[in-house]
Design a binder for this molecule. Structure first.
Ligand code: RM4
Ligand code: MN
Ligand code: MN
Length: 429
C-alpha cells in the first residue's frame, strides 16, 4: 500500500524553498572546517541518515502529573489518532519511523489491521511495552501489592500472561522486542523481603523469556523509585544486569535516562552494560529531579552527548545493537513539537559523538593526559552540527525547520476542530 502521509509533500517543499540556500551554504562551510580535521562531512551525513529513534505512543497526547493534566485542543485520544500524529513527526523530522506501543493503553482488536494502518502512514513498530503497574477495568486480580514480584502466585501468573499477550500482539505488529518495567516495591521498611522479591521477579521474567519468539529480545527497565517510595525491586542497573544474566541470553538492560538519582554517572553505566554485552536499549528523556520525563537534551545536552560517546565507543562490539526510543511526558508543550525538538537533540548528541577524534582521545587516555582527553571531547561537543542535520532531513523529504513547518501546517488547529476533546483526569498520560 502506498503511504498516505498526513501533510502535503508540496507544502513541505514550499516551506523549505526559501531556507535551502542557507542550509547548503552552511553545510559547505562546515564541510570545509571538518575537512581540516580530517573528517568527511558526506560520510557523516550518510551515517546520520541511517540513524533513527522510536516514538512512544504514550507521548503523543498531553501528559500530566498526579495532580493535574491540562489537555491540548486537538490532541489525539486513541491509538489511531496517535499514529497520525506520529506520521506528522516522521514526515517533518525523518528520523522517527517506528512507534513503541504501550499495552493495554493502545489495545485494539485487530493488530494486523493496525500494522497496515501504520504502514500506510510510513510507520512500523518498535518494542512493545507491558503494563502491570496499573489495574485495568475488569482485571481479575489487583497489582496493588506488586505484579511479577508479587507474593501471590496467581497475581504473578496474571502479570506473566499479560506480558505473553503483549508479545503476541507484538508479533502481529512486526515488533521484535518487549520492554518490561514494573512498579513493584515497597513504601515501608520491612514491607518486603528485599531478596525474595527479586527472586520472584527473576523467576517470573524467566517464564516470559522462555516464550520469546525467534529473534525477539527482552528489555528490562530499571528505575530508582516511584510508584514505590522506599524500595523498588528493579531499582538500578546492577539489579537489572544481575536479573538479565539470570533470566537468559536474550534479556538485556534498558536505560531510561530519567530513572537514576540526579548525580549518578549514566555514561559510566552505559559503558558497563555495553561491556557486559547487556545494553539493550534506551528511553531518552531529560530530568532535573527524578523521573521528570522532560524533553531529551533540554536540561543536560552534554550528558546526552557523553552517553552517545560511550555508544560510539562500544560500536562494533559483538552483538551490540541497542534500541533507541524516546520516553517523555509533554505537560506544557504540543507533543509533536517536543518530539521533533527531542529527536533533533538526540541526533545532535549522536552526531557529535561520531565527531570525536577517537584516536586522539585514546592516545590521551593511554598517556594520562587528562586535559587533552577532555579537550578532544569538548572539540566535538562544541561543533555546530545543525547544517548536517537540516541537510539530511531536507534530503530525506523532511522540513529544514520542522517546528516552523509544523506551525505553518495548521495541523493542530485542524485537529482541534475534528477530534473529540481529551479527558483532564490526572495521571501520567
Ligand atoms: C515509567 C517507565 C516506562 C514507561 C512508563 C509510562 O516510568 O519509564 O518506560 O512505560 O513510565
Ligand atoms: Mn521509560
Ligand atoms: Mn519513566
Amino acid at each position: 500500500m502506498a503511504a498516505q502521509m498526513p501533510l502535503c509533500e508540496d507544502a513541505i517543499a514550499g516551506w523549505n524553498a526559501p531556507l535551502l540556500g542557507d542550509v547548503r551554504a552552511d553545510y559547505d562551510m562546515l564541510g570545509n572546517r571538518l575537512a581540516r580535521r580530517g573528517i568527511a562531512i558526506d560520510a557523516l551525513a550518510a551515517r546520520l541518515a541511517g540513524f533513527s529513534v522510536a516514538l512512544p505512543s504514550w507521548g503523543l497526547g498531553r501528559g500530566g502529573t498526579r495532580f493535574a493534566k491540562f489537555p491540548l485542543p486537538g490532541e489525539p485520544t486513541g491509538i489511531h489518532e496517535k499514529l497520525e500524529d506520529c506520521a506528522v513527526v516522521q514526515q517533518l523530522g525523518r528520523t522517527t519511523p517506528r512507534v513503541s506501543l504501550h499495552l493495554p493503553w493502545d489495545k485494539v482488536d485487530d493488530w494486523r489491521g493496525l500494522r497496515q494502518e501504520a504502514g500506510a502512514l510510513g510507520l512500523s513498530f518498535d518494542a512493545v511495552n507491558s503494563n502491570s503497574f496499573q489495574d485495568q477495568p475488569g482485571q481479575p486480580l489487583s497489582y496493588a501489592a506488586g505484579s511479577l514480584a508479587a507474593t501471590d502466585p496467581a497475581v504473578r501468573s496474571q502479570a506473566i500472561r499479560h506480558n505473553l499477550d503483549c508479545i503476541e500482539a507484538g508479533v502481529a505488529l512486526g515488533s521484535g522486542a518487549i520492554t518490561i518495567w514494573i512498579g513493584d516495591g515497597g513504601n515501608l521498611p520491612g514491607q518486603q523481603n528485599l531478596a525474595r522479591a527479586l527472586d520472584r521477579y527473576i523467576e517470573a521474567a524467566r517464564v516470559i523469556h522462555e516464550a520469546l519468539p525467534d529473534g525477539w529480545r527482552m528489555f528490562l527497565e530499571h528505575k530508582l523509585y516511584e510508584p514505590a517510595f522506599y524500595t523498588t525491586v528493579v531499582a538500578d542497573w546492577g539489579t537489572s544486569l544481575m536479573a538479565a544474566q539470570e533470566i537468559g541470553p536474550r534479556a538485556s538492560c534498558l536505560v531510561d535516562l530519567g530513572h537514576h538519582a540526579p548525580t549518578v554517572n549514566i555514561e559510566q553505566i552505559v559503558a558497563r552494560l555495553a561491556r557486559a554485552g547487556r545494553l539493550g536499549g534506551f528511553h531518552f528523556n531529560d530530568s532535573k529531579y527524578g523521573d521528570d520525563d522532560l524533553d531529551a537534551g533540554a536540561i543536560n545536552p552534554h550528558q546526552l552527548f557523553l552517553v552517545m560517546n560511550e555508544l560510539v565507543e562500544a560500536h562494533g562490539l559483538p552483538g551490540f545493537d541497542p534500541a533507541y526510543m524516546i520516553d517523555q511526558s509533554h505537560n506544557v508543550t504540543d507533543p509533536i513539537e517536543s518530539l521533533l525538538s527531542s529527536a533533533e537533540a538526540i541526533q545532535t548528541a549522536w552526531l557529535k559523538a561520531w565527531l570525536v577524534d577517537r584516536e586522539a582521545l585514546h592516545a590521551a587516555q593511554e598517556t594520562n593526559d587528562a586535559m587533552l582527553a577532555f579537550r578532544t571531547l569538548r572539540d566535538a561537543y562544541a561543533t555546530d552540527v545543525r547544517p548536517i542535520i537540516a541537510g539530511v532531513r531536507a534530503d530525506a523529504g523532511g522540513a529544514v525547520d520542522p517546528i516552523r513547518a509544523y506551525r505553518a501546517s495548521g495541523w493542530r488547529a485542524e485537529k482541534a476542530r475534528e477530534r473529540k476533546a481529551a479527558a483532564s483526569a490526572p495521571g501520567i498520560v
